[in-house]
Design a protein around this ligand. Structure first.
Ligand code: ARG
Length: 459
C-alpha cells in the first residue's frame, strides 16, 4: 500500500524487473523514477540487444496500471510518459492539502546559522545587499518551517580602516549634523564626503590613519563616535528591513566588530596547528587546492604586514564561533558570487583547522548581479550607487499609480496597503523567481506587469 505515487512506482519497478531481469536501484526508484526508467531502459536494452522503445513497451505491457493511469505513451528513444487519472491526482493533492506539513517529511532538527544582508556601516546598501536580504529571508523562513533552529546573523561591515576617515569627517561636520544626515538615510552623502577629503588631503589622510590606531587601541572617546555611526546606520538598515518585511531584528546584528576579541586567538590556534606561514611580511594560510593564475598556492591573509587583521580573519573567527559556541551543524552564507573563492578558502581553512568537521557543513549560497537596462551592474542615472530605499519607494509609487487606474474606487487606506504589497512584492518576487546564480535585469515595467510570471499577476 502507500500513496498512489508509491504504488505506481512499485508496479513499474516490478514490471521492469520482470522484463529486464534485474532489479531497480531503490534509491533512484524513489527520487527520479521517470529518469531512471528511461536511462535504465536504454542501458538494459543495449545489454539485452533490444530496441529501447521495445523494452519500454514490454515494461508497460507487464505493468497493470489501469486503476491509476488514464493514458500512457512511449516517446523519443524510449521514454514512458504517464498521464494519471484525474481522481488519483485529486486524491494526491487532497492528501497534501490535508497535511500541515504539505507532505514534507519531518526533519532531524539541526542548528542552522544563516549569514545574510550584511551591509556596511555608514554606506548605502546596494542591490547586492538587497538580493542577499531577500534570498536570506527566504532561506530563514524555509529552514525554520522545515523544523530547524535558525540563528540569523547580519555580519555588518562595522569595523576596519574606513572608520578612521568616517570618524574624522564626523568630527569635522559635528555630531549633530552627522546624526541628522545619517538618520534620514543619507549615507552616501556622508560616505562620499569623507572619501573625497581622504583622497584629496594628506592632512586628513594622516588624521584618519591616527584615528584608526586610536579606534583599534580601544580609545574610549573614539569608540563613542564609532558607536554613534554604527547606531545611526543600524537604525537606517532596520527601516529598510521593516519595509521589506524581512525577519531581521537588531539582535541579529552581529557585525565584524563583535569578533575583535577572537582574532588574536584565531591566529594563535592556526599557528599551533602548523597552518600559518609568513609571506611578504604577512601571516597567511595556504588552504589546499587553491592556486593563482601562475600556478602558485593562493594565500588567505590572516594578519597583514602592519599587524592588522582583515575580512578573512573575521570570517574565520565567526565560523569558529558558530560551530563551537553556537553549536551549529549547518552554516549558510548568502553572499554574491564575487565572494565565492573567499568562502571556499575560509571553509577549507576551517576544515583544516578541525573546526568544520562532519556532520557540520558550510554552504555559500551565491547569487548573480542585478543589472540595469544597459546590461551593466545597476547604477543611478548619475552613475553612482542606487539608493535601495529609492528603488523600494519607486516600486510602491508605480504600484499606487497602477492601482488608481485599475481600481479607482478603492479607498485611500486600502490603496496604500495594496500598493505596498504589490510594489514590494514585485521586487521580491522578481528576485526570487529567477535562477539564483544568473544575473538579472532590474526592470520596473516587467516586474510590475499584471501579466506573465510576476507578483502582481499572482496577487
Ligand atoms: N559586508 C560584506 C559586503 O558588503 C558582506 C559580508 C558577507 N558575510 C560574511 N560573513 N563575510 O560585501
Amino acid at each position: 500500500m502507500g500513496t498512489p505515487e508509491q504504488i505506481l512506482s512499485d508496479r513499474l519497478a516490478h514490471a521492469f524487473e520482470a522484463v529486464v531481469g534485474e532489479p531497480v536501484d531503490p534509491l533512484v526508484q524513489r527520487s527520479q523514477f521517470a529518469d531512471y526508467q528511461s536511462n535504465a531502459a536504454l542501458g538494459s536494452a543495449k545489454r539485452l540487444g533490444r530496441k529501447p522503445r521495445d523494452v519500454a513497451a514490454a515494461v508497460l505491457a507487464a505493468a497493470d496500471l489501469d486503476d491509476l493511469v488514464e493514458h500512457t505513451e512511449i516517446s523519443g528513444p524510449g521514454f514512458i510518459n504517464i498521464t494519471l487519472r484525474a481522481q488519483v491526482l485529486g486524491s494526491m493533492a487532497g492528501a497534501v492539502g490535508a497535511d500541515d506539513r504539505l507532505g514534507v517529511p519531518p526533519v532531524e532538527p539541526e542548528t542552522v546559522v544563516v549569514d545574510y544582508s550584511a551591509p556596511n556601516t555608514a554606506k548605502e546598501m546596494h542591490v547586492g545587499h538587497l538580493r542577499s536580504t531577500i534570498i536570506g529571508d527566504a532561506a530563514v523562513r524555509i529552514t525554520e518551517w522545515l523544523g530547524h533552529r535558525v540563528i540569523k546573523r547580519n555580519h555588518l561591515g562595522d569595523w576596519g580602516t574606513p572608520f578612521g576617515m568616517l570618524i574624522e569627517h564626523l568630527l569635522d561636520i559635528g555630531e549633530a549634523e552627522a546624526a541628522a544626515e545619517l538618520s534620514v538615510g543619507d549615507l552616501n552623502t556622508f560616505y562620499t564626503a569623507a572619501r573625497r577629503k581622504f583622497d584629496g588631503s594628506d592632512e586628513f589622510k594622516e588624521r584618519s590613519r591616527r584615528r584608526v590606531v586610536l579606534l583599534q587601541g580601544g580609545d574610549e572617546a573614539t569608540l563613542r563616535l564609532w558607536r554613534l555611526l554604527v547606531a545611526e546606520s543600524k537604525q537606517y538598515f532596520m527601516k529598510v528591513y521593516d519595509s521589506l518585511d524581512v525577519r531581521l531584528v537588531q539582535a541579529d546584528f552581529v557585525g565584524e566588530s563583535a569578533y575583535n576579541d577572537e582574532l588574536a586567538s584565531v591566529i594563535t590556534e592556526l599557528d599551533r596547528l602548523g597552518l600559518l606561514r609568513s609571506s611578504e611580511g604577512a601571516d597567511c594560510v595556504f588552504p589546499a587546492g587553491f592556486t593563482g593564475r601562475d600556478g602558485e598556492p593562493l594565500p588567505l591573509i590572516v594578519r597583514k604586514s602592519d599587524g592588522g587583521y582583515g575580512y578573512a580573519t573575521t570570517d574565520l573567527a565567526a565560523i569558529r564561533d558558530r560551530l563551537t559556541v553556537l553549536g551549529a551543524t549547518r552554516l549558510l552564507y548568502v553572499v554574491g558570487m564575487p565572494q565565492q573563492q573567499h568562502f571556499a578558502m575560509v571553509f577549507t581553512t576551517a576544515r583544516e583547522a578541525g573546526w568544520l568537521a562532519p556532520p557540520a557543513r558550510a554552504t555559500h549560497i551565491g547569487f548573480g548581479s542585478v543589472l540595469g537596462a544597459d546590461g551593466k551592474v545597476l547604477r543611478s542615472r548619475a552613475g553612482g550607487t542606487i539608493k535601495l530605499v529609492d528603488l523600494l519607494d519607486e516600486a510602491v509609487d508605480r504600484a499606487t499609480r497602477a492601482i488608481a487606474e485599475k481600481n479607482p474606487d478603492l479607498d485611500t487606506g486600502s490603496r496604500a496597503a495594496v500598493a505596498r504589497a504589490v510594489g514590494i512584492g514585485a521586487i521580491k518576487y522578481a528576485d526570487l523567481s529567477t535562477d539564483r546564480l544568473r544575473d538579472y535585469t532590474f526592470d520596473f515595467d516587467r516586474m510590475l506587469s499584471f501579466e506573465g510570471n510576476t507578483a502582481p499577476y499572482l496577487q
